[in-house]
Ligand binder design. Structure first.
Ligand code: ILE
Length: 444
């Protein structure tokens, strides 16, 4: 059977950017920048994204389009041997990440509703902290939203690549950009907001340690959806006419722009009302509602913000589910419908202990971590970097000659920058990623 292709170049770029732009950009990036010296973190992050990040993304597009296969099947087709294990890591990462990602995405849906009902129109962050704490530790309510979010994700994937994923991305991504721009204008025009802009743009290198660098690299992988098979899978639906290098450039640029814009949305507002930018993961769910409560029509802006987060999360979750579904459809002969539903239900079930570990199961720890943190650690700190490392080595050393042809497939011209890309995938990325991996494991 001929593989389905994206309907248009724009459709593909929006879908891939939809995968990349997610909770990682809007929820995680601003608080990580807030904790790590603002502008200094931004500079390191940008440097890593535009060297290693963009290179690994291009490597994933090459593997996907050359093989026209899912993440595991791609390695089996291109080389075989033990290489499919790399794809297996990606599929495993996708599976695990979606289980807890959907829990957090569920929170955003609940917060949309809470904003509308006025339940969050409270100026005191301590009271909002209690609301958040009570909500996420509840044994039932977050699971209902987790189920709703997984159901939405399954529905999009079930409808297929063109009529589900591409169509949803073409509607949701422009909506996301529109919401983002409205919210940024509101935020940077707040009296006192300039301080937040300065915080994000003026670097304070005194806070930078090796940890900052390793956090920035892990964040780059997570945010660009690398090492989890997503870009291999999306790349496999690309036609040979597409310029994959420029696509990788666009997706990286859009993803980074949204992270910076999210910083510009959140930090000025936080500064304008005198809150702490280093509030950590609670910045979005606790500090931001307090910020909105200070604004005229705050509930409307709060609703728009959580809608923005939910949309960003949905287009990302769709890409992660597609990684697993594509494997079962391509290699196991399962129908798309059955695969999407059954895998969706299993991932939902795996998310249950993650959600409960923030409440009734908080005493159950594994290696000192809650189930939620354990899932996050195994996937983000182990599987993604391992995937990225071997993807770079695979393209740089195993299929390098063919990879160059793949880059030139649309016009027959091997670009001049190819040697710089070669240098990164052969040496720079593997060494840098190995460093982070060892650090993550606490070796040094
Ligand atoms: N890249 C997205 C994000 O930043 C997802 C990460 C796919 C798991 O949220």
């Amino acid at each position: 059977m001929k593989r389905e292709h994206w309907g248009s170049r724009l459709g593909f770029i929006l879908a891939a950017a939809g995968s990349a732009v997610g909770l990682g950009n809007i929820w995680k990036f601003p608080y990580m920048a807030g904790e790590n010296g603002g502008g200094a973190f931004l500079i390191i992050y940008l440097a890593l994204v535009f060297t290693i990040g963009i290179s690994v993304m291009l490597a994933e597009f090459v593997i996907g389009r050359m093989s026209e296969k899912n993440a595991i099947g791609a390695f089996a087709k291109l080389k075989g041997g033990l290489w499919p294990v790399v794809g297996f890591f990606g599929v495993a990462a996708a599976f695990i990440i979606l289980s807890f990602y959907s829990v957090v995405a569920g929170w955003t849906i609940s917060y949309m509703i809470k904003s509308l009902s006025g339940a969050l129109a409270i100026e005191d962050p301590a009271a909002l902290g209690n609301i958040f704490g009570d909500f996420i530790s509840d044994p039932v309510s977050p699971l209902i939203y987790h189920a709703i979010f997984m159901a939405l994700t399954v529905l999009v994937v079930l409808a297929g690549v063109g009529s589900g994923i591409e169509r949803a991305s073409k509607i949701l991504m422009p909506a996301l950009f529109a919401l983002l721009i409205i919210l940024i204008i509101r935020s940077v025009t707040l009296p006192g907001g300039e301080e937040g802009v300065a915080f994000l743009l003026a670097p304070d290198f005194s806070k930078v340690t090796w940890n900052t660098v390793s956090d920035a690299l892990s964040q780059a992988f997570f945010s660009l959806s690398l090492g989890m098979g997503a870009m291999i899978t999306y790349g496999s639906y690309l036609s040979k006419k597409e310029n994959i290098a420029s696509s990788a450039g666009w997706v990286t640029l859009l993803d980074t722009a949204v992270a910076v814009m999210a910083g510009l949305l959140i930090l000025p507002a936080v500064f304008a009302f005198g809150f702490d930018p280093s509030a950590g993961p609670g910045l979005t769910f606790i500090t931001l509602p307090a910020v909105f409560a200070h604004m005229p029509m705050g509930s409307v802006f709060a609703f728009m913000f959580f809608l923005l987060l939910a949309i960003a999360a949905l287009t990302s979750a769709v890409s992660i589910l597609e990684v697993v579904v594509a494997y079962f459809v391509d290699d196991r002969g399962v129908s798309r419908k059955t695969a999407a539903i059954v895998i969706g239900v299993i991932i939902f079930a795996l998310g249950i202990p993650s959600s409960l570990s923030l409440g009734v199961m908080s005493d159950v720890t594994f290696f000192g971590k809650s189930f939620f943190d354990l899932m996050d650690f195994i996937s983000s700190n182990l599987l993604l970097p391992i995937g990225g490392l071997f993807i770079s080595l695979f393209v740089g050393w195993v299929i390098w000659g063919k990879a160059k042809e793949e880059i030139a497939a649309h016009n027959g011209i091997v670009p001049a920058w190819i040697s710089a890309w070669g240098l990164i995938v052969k040496f720079v990325a593997p060494v840098a990623i190995a460093f982070i991996l060892l650090k993550g494991l606490g070796t040094f």
